[in-house]
Design a protein. Structure first.
Length: 73
C-alpha cells in the first residue's frame, strides 16, 4: 500500500488524502472476514492471498501509469 499512499501524497500535496485512505483501509480490511462464511484467513480478505493479488495488481498499474505520465511539480 505504500506506493499508493505515496502517490496520493504527491498528487494531493497534503497528508490528508493518504490519511483518509489509510483509515478507510484499516476500517474495511477485516470486513471480508466478518461477512464471508468459510474460507481461511490466509486466502480471504485484504491480508489474504486475494488481497495481496489485488494490491500487487494495483501497484503494477500505478507503476505503468507513472512510467507513461510522470508527476508534474
Amino acid at each position: 500500500m505504500s506506493p499508493i499512499f505515496g502517490w496520493l501524497r504527491l498528487r494531493s500535496g497534503s497528508v490528508i488524502a493518504p490519511s483518509i485512505a489509510h483509515g478507510t483501509l484499516n476500517g474495511t480490511a477485516g470486513l471480508a472476514l466478518v461477512v464471508l462464511r468459510g474460507g481461511n484467513d490466509l486466502t480471504v480478505g485484504l491480508t489474504g492471498l486475494a488481497g495481496m493479488i489485488a494490491l500487487a495488481a494495483a501497484n503494477l498499474l500505478l507503476f505503468i501509469y507513472l512510467r507513461r505520465a510522470p508527476l508534474r511539480k
